[in-house]
Design a binder for this molecule. Structure first.
Ligand SMILES: [Zn+2]
Length: 180
């Protein structure tokens, strides 16, 4: 079956291609292929909260919230996707009662999702070579020194200018006193 068009915005460490495959698989069942394109944003859920989502029918937007640690039950996630995509189709909660769109009792209808790969690759902060770190520190210090020199030169120029003015006015004052 042909899948409807959608854009996936992945804000997690889950593999985007894997996420997209899963969403597409659910979308084939839930959204007509000719429907207006929609956007799916995948984010992390707050710690301790369960997988959930939001859908905005008119702006064609879905947000899916996933577990951060990579222990995502894909049946549950597939059910969440189906639930939100049904909202896009205009299905309300009342009509979802007792269906596959809600509740653990219907999770088995998403057993197929378990076979879907969902790679999880959290970013490991890159270790910075101490020599590189030293070079960066030196470059920064040189920049700051150059800035300080510029400020010092500017201050010196201003001092010279006012010093000249004071000398000129003092000479003038001395002449005026003599002239009396
Ligand atoms: Zn809902």
């Amino acid at each position: 079956m042909k899948a409807p068009r959608f854009t996936l915005r992945n804000e997690t460490a889950y593999n985007a291609t894997d996420l997209k495959r899963l969403v597409r698989r659910v979308a084939v069942d839930e959204v007509p292929a000719t429907a207006r394109p929609f956007t799916v944003r995948v984010r992390y859920q707050r710690a301790g909260s369960s997988t959930t989502g939001y859908a905005w029918e008119w702006s064609r937007r879905v947000v899916l919230l996933m577990y951060r640690d990579g222990n995502q039950d894909l049946r549950w996630f597939a059910q969440t996707i189906a639930h939100e995509l049904a909202h896009l189709r205009g299905v309300h909660h009342r009509a979802m009662r007792g269906t596959r769109y809600t509740g653990v009792l219907h999770l088995d209808q998403f057993d197929w999702a378990r076979d879907f790969p969902l790679r999880h690759q959290p970013k490991v902060p890159a270790k910075v070579d101490p020599r590189v770190q030293q070079e960066l520190a030196l470059a920064h210090a040189r920049t700051m020194l150059a800035k300080a020199d510029t400020r010092l030169k500017r201050a010196h120029t201003i001092r010279t200018k006012w010093n000249r003015t004071v000398n000129r006015l003092e000479r003038k004052a001395a002449h005026t006193t003599k002239g009396e």
